[in-house]
Design a protein around this ligand. Sequence first.
Ligand SMILES: [Zn+2]
Length: 403
Amino acid sequence: MSYIKAALFLGILLVGGYFGWRYYESLSRNVSPSLEILGIEPGSGISKDTEITIKGSDGSKIESLQVSLDGEPLMKPVSLGKRAFTEPLTLVVKELGEGAHTLVAEMVSSNQEQPKTILELSFHVDTLPLQATLTKNEFDGRVYQGHTLHVEFQTNKEIREAQIKTLSASYPCYLQSNRGLIYECFVPLECEELPQEYPYTIEITDWAGNSMLLEGKFTIVAFPFKKQTIRVDKQKIQEENSLGRPEKELEDAIVELTKKSPQHKLWHGHFIVPLELKDTTQITSDFGVIRATQERGLCQHKALDLIATPKSVVWAPQEGIVVIRDRYAHSGNTIAIDHGYGLMSLFFHLDEFADIKVGDRIKKGKPVGTVGKTGYATGYHLHWEMRVNTVPVEPLEWTKPTF
Ligand SMILES: [Zn+2]
């Protein structure tokens, strides 16, 4: 082989090798960085010292890893200078302390597209044995048909979850306020529920996964629902039917919206009456009145009807999210406010809507509309309804500070 041929061959080899290396580099650089924390599940609880592993890899060189806990560095930053690492770490419960914690791992690499990768993981330390007791037993556990059973219990620490089971249904319990460790739950009692004694159980689970049961009982008392006959002009019914959506659509919407209700409390303290209520003569229909109408025969009116000066303002009884603002044949101009946890307020027959739209967050005491007579109404009045998990309940009870 001549000298020239050898040089040419070497040249091709060098150029080829160089481009091959560049190609390999570009390929590995395209491998996106990955970071994971092994040995602990996000949102879980630990009750003893726990070994975890922080694992990272990147197509480009990883320069450093930094781990912090609740905003404070947990260990010295580790300089790496390699494409993958496994870093063991022990979470010592005594050092961490009881309660919620957040672990943040931050990896810095020479990856140009994503030089920084951050992973956040929340968990609970829970080493205390679970203690809980029922704290509220007003009215001797006696509740009227159509009212709401309100149960409270206290714990010795923050819990993961609790559910009350009764009347073949279950409802979540939640922290009443951040001030103490008092939890509460609300059980709607249908107007038709048989008056007798019923048991309930509350299953409480702490962050370490331990459970306990609280047991109690309550008595449903028969409510003397009144009877009433009303008559709405035929022509008005026809008119309303052409103006509004069918009644079934409202009922379906309530069921669907309740499923999507925020799983946190948007209301604070007791509710207010949405109108200025000077005396009880303004209540033209008590909750649960059994009505005879020409349209539907006998049916129970599971709301309050309040009369007020026509077009006077209707106020939001509590904070929540506007979820319905529409016209229905039966309920006329209708507003529904979701207060979280499946608790909903409804206002029917409004003359006009306030300047609010679906999705708006509304504060307690802000206007929702004005008193009207749209829909199936004999005159100007407000139909005020309250639903707990779609079940209509007596709204006035929720306005009592002691409830
Ligand atoms: Zn009504």
